[in-house]
Design a protein. Structure first.
Length: 685
């Protein structure tokens, strides 16, 4: 079966000036299997983590049990295979311990694959959980970019790796430089042939010294000699940071453009790498970079351009599956004649399941695409495959007023239905709080939000990755209230499939009936007369067309509003549940400012006039009343306060320096770990 993927450029990491000749391949170590509850559990129980937290952990020995009461788990000696990989049953949900005896204090570079995290002399560092191999096909996203500087002390050094899948590989490199690039994790655009360009890129800078890296710059020299300089933000000691750089120049009629990228500190060139970018024709799927308003990092989205130059075309937002790059998602379609296909990244090939920051990324790219292509606002569509199919269900439920129709392919419905259905029973009191905070991910409960959307569901009937029972369960939900959905289960087809390999496009994404369905559906804001909207968290999703939930009575519990507008009498009928304050937007209904309207909300009847096109209603005093002006200093969707809201608005991590030596060390270690985790999982800067 063919795979229509665009080859991503692979850049060789030239570190001959960075690495010393010596490297230590970890080929002999100790391992232990930990018998813990299901890894999806809301509260993990790990005796080794407990011993680290309580400062009771000690270097293990062969044959030693975890504690006096343990007769099952014990430390055993294991060795790597001929390829340098450990492969042992004890590493399936276990730990690997390695002791390195050093003759001096120094900084080394840890390269490791397929582990959750590592404690280096007790300090946690981010793992490389997705890097389960070192050789990748050209179309695959690779995970060989995990290089971490680690502090080595003279004498014994403890490396304790938390492993999941039974195998891992680790190498310690000696290094000669204090700072250098890691070009395995570049975020880069594509260029067009014979065009001037002014672009953004993202590149990892490694700070391999025990001091803050300051006064650094990145100079880029394009092939036509144009130089661009970008200041590098400070980087904390013994850590990494992915930073932005600008570059500009002019391409020729060739398939690639080479740029030199220099790391300069105090006017001295510390590292120089050559990066190759693709130069494409105007009909090829391409990558475009942008600076994210979420955190100031450089991200990319992919575009499969329309064959037409007509104005106000359709826009198709297409979400990729797990372990798929956005450029390959866009490349799985044939060019359309009536719209552009745009694929955001979810921040990484796995990212956030298209929830939380993944949703923010999709919505941010959607707004960028609207400005870039100026599409018909009533012909914007959402689709996706596998994890992207789940993203279609999730984003479609939470932001249903953004799209005319949605089309999930091979999509799972929710974490509850797909991976963890047996774990959400008999909660402890503390676990219930976690579930409550996650209820906005319960797409079944949000299904009424689909009522204004056309829905086309596609699935391979023999899919062993995402069972066809997933879409069938949602179909059973939809049939109770929805009037505008269709579905197709392709016989004998697995998760990724293509019926006719001679035609452009891959059928499990580029399915002709999906686009025919889209062509028959459009969104008309001023024609929406009935709204049924559910939310658990207005901080994530608060609005559907002309209704917005501003405050709940009970935080993070289900809120529902049913609203009907009768234009002949200018009457609104509204039923609410768990809503303290909401608004009606008269402008979206083409009502004049200061229009006289009647609102029957629950048991109360109000005669009001619109003011500045909006009416705010509150039941703070047990009866509904019109509020002249809503006080946005109070709780509202922009300040709803869930923890993940931290990541919406250029998060800055602050660490103290005036504590004891131990306190300063531990606080910095926490910031180092969190920042590296956000980089690895979400491509944060």
């Amino acid at each position: 079966m063919k795979k229509i993927f665009y080859v991503l450029p692979i850049y060789l990491l030239i570190l001959v000036n960075i690495f010393a000749q010596e490297k230590i391949t970890i080929d002999e170590a100790l391992a232990i299997k930990i018998e813990t509850p299901n890894r999806h559990s809301l509260s993990q129980q790990d005796p080794i983590e407990y011993s680290i937290v309580t400062d009771s952990w000690k270097r293990p020995k062969v044959g030693q049990h975890l504690n006096d009461n343990d007769t099952l788990s014990k430390w055993v000696s294991i060795n790597t295979n001929n390829n340098g990989w450990f492969n042992d049953e004890n590493l399936k949900g276990g730990y690997l311990y390695y002791n390195y005896n050093s003759t001096s204090d120094k900084i080394m570079l840890l390269e490791a694959h397929n582990y959750y995290n590592v404690f280096v002399n007790g300090e946690p560092r981010i793992g490389n959980v997705y890097g389960n191999k070192v050789n990748y096909e050209v179309w695959e996203p690779n995970f060989i970019y995990s290089y971490l500087p680690v502090k080595i002390k003279k004498g014994n050094n403890n490396f304790l790796f938390q492993v999941n899948n039974g195998n891992m590989k680790a190498v310690l490199h000696e290094i000669k430089a204090d700072a250098f690039f890691n070009v395995y994790d570049n975020t880069l655009p594509d260029l067009m042939k014979n065009e001037s360009y002014n672009k953004f890129g993202g590149i990892v800078v490694i700070n391999a010294k025990d001091q803050i890296l300051k006064n650094a710059k990145i100079k880029v020299i394009s092939s036509d000699g144009t130089e661009t300089i970008t200041n590098v933000p400070q980087i904390i000691p013994i850590s990494i940071r992915k930073v932005r750089f600008n570059f500009r120049g002019k391409t020729l009629n060739s398939n690639e453009e080479k740029i030199k990228v220099q790391l300069i500190i105090n006017d001295k060139i510390i590292d120089e790498q050559t990066i190759t970018l693709r130069c494409l024709d105007d009909k090829a799927a391409y990558k475009e970079t942008f600076v994210s308003s979420i955190d100031g990092s450089v991200q990319y989205y992919a575009v499969n351009p329309s064959l037409s130059k007509d104005e106000n075309q359709a826009l198709f937002l297409s979400l990729h599956g797990a372990r798929v790059e956005a450029i390959n998602q866009a490349g799985s379609y044939a060019n359309k004649t009536w719209g552009n296909i745009v694929s955001p990244t979810n921040r990484r090939p796995y990212g956030f399941n298209w929830e939380s920051v993944g949703t923010l990324d999709a919505l941010e790219v959607l707004e960028i695409a609207k400005r870039k292509f100026n599409p018909d606002k009533n012909r914007i569509y959402l689709t996706g495959h596998s994890m992207g199919g789940h993203g279609t269900w999730y984003i479609g439920a939470n932001f249903s007023d953004q799209f005319a129709s949605i089309a999930p392919s091979a999509g799972w419905i929710s974490l509850w239905s797909y991976r963890a259905s047996n774990l959400f029973n008999d909660f402890t009191k503390s676990q219930k709080l976690f579930v409550k905070a996650a209820k906005q991910s319960d797409t079944y409960s949000l299904a009424p939000n689909y009522s204004t959307l056309g829905i086309y569901i596609l699935h391979g009937y023999a899919d062993s990755v995402v069972s066809p029972t997933q879409p069938k369960s949602m179909i059973n939900t939809l049939k109770n209230f929805h009037k505008d959905y269709d579905f197709h289960f392709e016989p004998n087809m697995e998760h990724w499939w293509d019926i006719d390999e001679t035609k452009p496009g891959t059928d499990c994404t580029d399915w002709t009936p999906i686009f025919d369905f889209f062509a028959r559906h459009s969104r008309h804001l001023d024609r929406i007369r009935e709204i049924n909207f559910t939310t658990f968290n207005p901080g994530i999703s608060s609005k559907k067309y002309w209704v917005e939930v501003l405050q709940q009575n009970k935080l993070f519990e289900q809120s529902n509003i049913k609203a009907e507008y009768i234009p002949t009498t200018k009457l609104f009928r509204v039923k609410t549940n768990n809503i303290k304050t909401f608004s009606l937007d008269a402008k979206e209904l083409n009502l004049n400012d200061n229009a006289k309207i009647k609102i029957i909300v629950d048991a109360d009847t109000l005669n009001v006039s619109t003011k500045n096109n909006k009416v705010y209603l509150s039941n703070a005093a047990s009866n509904w009343e019109v509020v002249d002006k809503f006080n946005f200093a109070e709780k509202n969707p922009n300040r709803y306060g869930s923890f993940k809201d931290l990541f919406k608005n250029n998060l800055v991590m602050v660490y103290g320096t005036n504590g004891t030596k131990e306190e300063n060390r531990d606080i910095l270690a926490k910031v180092r770990y969190d920042s590296e985790m956000m980089w690895y999982i979400g491509n944060f800067s």
